[in-house]
Write a protein that binds this ligand. Structure first.
Ligand SMILES: Nc1ncnc2c1ncn2[C@@H]1O[C@H](COP(=O)(O)OP(=O)(O)OP(=O)(O)O)[C@@H](O)[C@H]1O
Length: 238
């Protein structure tokens, strides 16, 4: 018997209003384990607003959001252990090493791992062993993101949100990041990523959404479209 996977992330008519301005307009979305959904759109299209509602940073004006069938409510910490967040600039403790940051944040999430297990998470996130014991202040942007991915792995977060994670990364770091994100997807993580990078979205995503003025205008499977076709559709849409 074929049983369909349960939804990991659901938006139902999700809307955010700032006075008369509609930042997010009746978003409907359903993502499952292994889905990597890349949200494209011009500045102000509503990508970050979408992520911020799921993270509980802001409250929706209307509609509902669910992660693992739990309704998202600002201030409710129940969901924290199900999700991880990788912002454009990863904020960690500069005076602590990579392994110390990981130890600290995984303990906050209720996990106390051995030094060997912590090293494994960092390694799986692509951080070279020689960097594990260096202070974060010496890390590049790409290395910081790898620590953030290791934290997501250590928390065993089912859903990972990423906001413009490749902006400012050099091509090699972008490629490494893409490889790791795809591995996360193949391990069954659900990823919602806001990005301006059309070509990277096609490389990393399983699905693409194009937003305009708070509305999700198109949803596509990356298997059905080339990067050039997506670029054309994007330019016609925005
Ligand atoms: N606190 C706020 N008060 C009023 N308007 C806001 C607020 N936060 C966001 N907005 C507006 O909501 C809209 C959506 O913004 P959002 O940050 O979600 O866009 P975005 O697609 O993430 O853009 P970017 O690519 O620049 O990050 C924009 O018009 C923005 O000005």
């Amino acid at each position: 018997m074929i049983t369909s996977l349960p939804d990991r992330l659901v938006a139902i008519d999700l809307t955010k209003q700032y006075n008369s301005h509609t930042a997010l307009n009746q978003l409907n979305l359903r993502l499952k384990a292994g889905d990597i959904f890349c949200l494209l759109g011009q500045n102000g299209a509503g990508k970050t607003t979408t992520i911020n509602i799921f993270l509980g940073f802001i409250e929706a004006s209307a509609g509902k959001a669910f992660i693992n069938d739990i309704e998202v409510r600002p201030g409710d910490n129940t969901l924290k252990k199900h999700l991880a967040y990788i912002p454009e600039v990863v904020q960690l403790y500069g005076n602590l090493t990579g392994v110390e940051n990981l130890h600290f944040f995984s303990r906050l999430a209720g996990f106390d791992y051995s030094p060997e297990a912590l090293a494994q998470f960092l390694q799986h996130a692509g951080l070279q062993p020689e960097a594990h014991r260096k202070k974060l202040v010496t890390y590049s942007k790409g290395m910081r993101q790898k620590v953030a991915i290791a934290i997501a792995l250590a928390k065993d977060a089912a859903v990972i949100f990423m906001d413009e994670p490749t902006s400012g990364l050099d091509p090699k770091a972008t490629q490494e990041f893409t490889t790791i994100v795809k591995q996360l997807g193949s391990k069954g993580k659900t990823i919602l990523m806001a990005t301006h990078d059309i070509f990277n979205a096609v490389a990393v995503g399983t699905h693409i959404g194009i937003m305009k003025n708070g509305m999700l205008m198109h949803t596509l499977k990356t298997a059905d479209i080339t990067a050039n076709e997506l670029q054309k559709l994007y330019l016609e849409t925005i």
